[in-house]
Design a protein around this ligand. Structure first.
Ligand code: C2E
Ligand code: CA
Ligand code: CA
Length: 625
């Protein structure tokens, strides 16, 4: 370098000067040369040292600047969610620090998958190690940040996408609705919502398997995509529910037309099964309308349910439905309040032994006294089942039934809805509410139609109930069209013949049906109760047919007063075919005790009579004397 050359020259000059000092004759000149020959060297070394220290200082300062720049890029990368913004910042900083305005950064997938940032320059300027190291570090920071953002975006997309249909999911729908409400608010347009639900999807899924269920949902997704314009938002709301959001809904008629096209379903192409229709509920939010996203969704849902219930398929939410919705909301609130205020009552209807007419048990029937009159179960139990309110109601019923058993010691039958049995904590709650003992006095009645609905969850619960020692009765038997083989597979103990069959006994063929049901029950070793017995002729026919237990207005109406066991003089234990063995034994024992008591009482009466006789004899004797 120039410095080295200068040093060599100065050293050579010094050594030359010294040599000259020895060559010239001794004198002043020689002395002077010997004295100063090293001076240029010292000065040169000093100057060089100074220069080196300054260069080192500059290097440290540059290093500090570069590391500060890296920290700034790193900080920005950790807070921003915008990949392009990080790249832009890194590019400007790198240009500044490296002094190359042609630097251009880019982010691409690297050879191993994760994203990779690179900086390319148009100039071929040589770079020192500091600049090269700096650019490598910048690339690394930007690559890591870009990859992190990509993963986060993927996660968010996954969280907002339905994995099967790849449609936006429920959460995405909620977010979209919030934004859509703001947009239509600003534009003063009408927002339309189509709530679509596949008819009989559960049945399709259960009978043809989940693979077909998935296939069906994919076909419906394609069907919706075909009908709707590309920018129309459609989400899978969950299960077999799809929701379409239309932001510039022209008119109701247009929406209805669209809903009708959706209702037709995906058609037959390539399928070996007929895909079901869809029920579609239409709800509209007019400009300035009051509904919020949640409310609008509920309105469209209510319209869809009405469409399915009525079989019409496409229904627009209107004032009548609004009134019905308000009434249901009120009913829900009233049931809540009735639960808190313990307003419900249990009424008990006797179940009797056909031959002896002894009461062998009771059925607990819920009642809701109200200032406007008694609210019968048919008016509100279906609603409670639909909304899940039946779960807390059912728990209250079990507690009240248990209290009745404590008072009376009679077997009790409690009605249970499938919705209750399907609750994951049903058995846990039942044990909590009933207690640890007397399970043999409890029968749970499940309607046959409920048993057909959601079999898997329900069967597990029924098996667990029987393991506890309680019995299961199929209520309203004969109305659900159960096949015999299906019946055999169910964990049940009692068949309760539906009232309709008892009513029809006098009609042609009526007796034959009940006879067939009795034979069926006997073949499977099941107990039988016939309900709805209102007339003596029905009682006689049922006795002849060998139905062991009866229930109905003829034998006792449901009442708050628990019926008392009546001891009839001709009662014999062999007639009590309907009671459980345990119940029978207990009943027989109680009867024996009662008979013993009666004997004791009559003995005491006899003794008292003898005493009285003796006393009156004594009195007579005294009088005579
Ligand atoms: P269910 O279990 O079939 O109950 C028998 C219904 O028939 C009762 O009506 C009863 O009062 C009525 N009944 C009894 N004997 C006769 C008769 O001789 N003739 C006629 N015409 N009817 C008779 P209720 O009490 O109105 O109950 C109706 C339904 O409500 C019940 O039908 C049951 O499915 C449901 N339910 C009642 N209580 C409860 C409960 O605590 N929980 C649940 N989940 N459902 C209940
Ligand atoms: Ca019942
Ligand atoms: Ca019934």
């Amino acid at each position: 370098t120039a410095g080295r050359w200068a040093l060599t020259v100065v050293t050579a000059a010094g050594v030359g000067g010294l040599s000259v000092a020895f060559l010239v004759p001794p004198g002043h000149v020689a002395e002077l040369l010997k004295g100063v020959w090293a001076l240029p060297l010292v000065v040169a070394l000093f100057a060089m040292g100074k220069l080196r220290i300054r260069a080192a200082d500059q290097r440290v300062a540059r290093q500090n600047r570069l590391s500060e720049a890296l920290t700034a890029i790193g900080d920005a990368a950790s807070v921003t969610t915008d990949r392009a913004a990080i790249l832009r910042l890194a590019e400007t900083t790198a240009r500044e620090q490296v002094g190359d305005d042609t630097l251009i950064g880019s982010i691409r997938p690297g050879p191993h998958g994760p994203l990779c940032a690179t900086f390319d320059s148009a100039t071929e300027l040589p770079r020192d190690n500091l600049a090269k190291g700096f650019l490598t570090d910048v690339c690394r920071i930007v690559s890591v940040a870009a990859e992190r953002l990509r993963l986060a975006e993927n996660l968010r997309d996954e969280a907002l996408t339905d994995p099967l249909t790849r449609l936006p999911n429920r959460r995405a729908l909620e977010l979209h609705m919030e934004q859509a409400f703001v947009r239509v608010g600003q534009q003063g347009t009408c927002l339309g919502l189509l709530y679509c639900d596949v008819d009989d999807f559960k049945h399709e899924n259960d009978t043809h398997g989940h693979a077909w269920g998935d296939e069906l949902l994919l076909r419906i997704t394609d069907h919706l995509r075909e009908i709707l314009s590309e920018d129309t938002f459609v989400a899978r709301f969950g299960g077999d529910d799809f929701v379409v959001v239309i932001e510039d809904a022209g008119s109701r008629d247009e929406l209805v037309e669209l809903a009708r096209a959706i209702r037709a379903g995906p058609g037959l192409q390539g399928a070996d099964r007929i895909p079901p229709l869809l029920s579609v509920g239409v709800a509209c939010r007019e400009p300035g309308g009051g509904a919020d996203p949640d409310q609008l969704l509920r309105e469209a849902d209510a319209a869809m349910l009405e469409g399915r219930r009525s079989g019409v398929g496409v229904v627009v939410f209107d004032d009548a439905l609004r009134a019905q919705m308000v009434a249901e909301q009120n009913l829900g609130r009233e049931i809540d309040a009735a639960l808190v205020g313990e307003e419900f009552e249990l009424h008990y209807q006797p179940i009797v032994d056909t031959k002896t007419l002894d009461i062998v048990g009771v059925e607990a029937l819920i009642r809701w006294p109200h200032p406007d009159g008694m609210r019968m179960p048919a008016q509100w139990i279906p609603f409670a089942e639909k909304t899940g309110l039946i779960v807390p109601i059912g728990r209250w019923v079990v507690v009240a039934a248990r209290a009745c058993v404590e008072r009376l010691g009679l077997p009790i039958a409690v009605n249970v809805a499938a919705r209750q049995l399907a609750e994951p904590r049903f058995i846990e709650h039942l044990r909590e509410d009933w207690g640890d003992t007397s399970w043999h006095l409890l029968t749970l009645e499940i309607t046959e139609s409920d048993l057909l609905e959601d079999l898997s969850d329900v069967i597990d619960s029924l098996t667990a109930v029987r393991a506890l020692g309680a019995r299961i009765s199929i209520d309203d038997f004969g109305t659900g069209y159960s096949s015999f083989s299906r019946l055999a597979a169910l964990p049940v103990d009692v068949l309760k013949i539906d009232q309709a069959f008892v009513r029809d006994l006098e009609r042609p063929g009526g007796v034959a049906i009940v006879r067939a049901i009795v034979a069926l029950a006997q073949a499977y070793g099941l107990d039988i109760v016939a309900e709805g017995v209102e007339r003596i002729e029905q009682l006689e026919t049922l006795t002849e047919l060998g139905v062991p237990n009866l229930q109905g207005y003829l034998l006792g109406r449901p009442s708050v007063y628990v019926p008392q066991r009546v001891e009839l003089p001709f009662a014999s234990s062999s007639h009590r075919a309907g009671a459980t063995r345990q119940g029978r034994d207990q009943a027989a024992e109680q009867r024996d005790q009662a008979a013993e008591q009666r004997d004791q009482v009559s003995e005491q009466r006899d003794q008292a009579g003898t005493q009285r006789d003796q006393e009156s004899e004594q009195r007579d004797e005294a009088a005579e004397q």
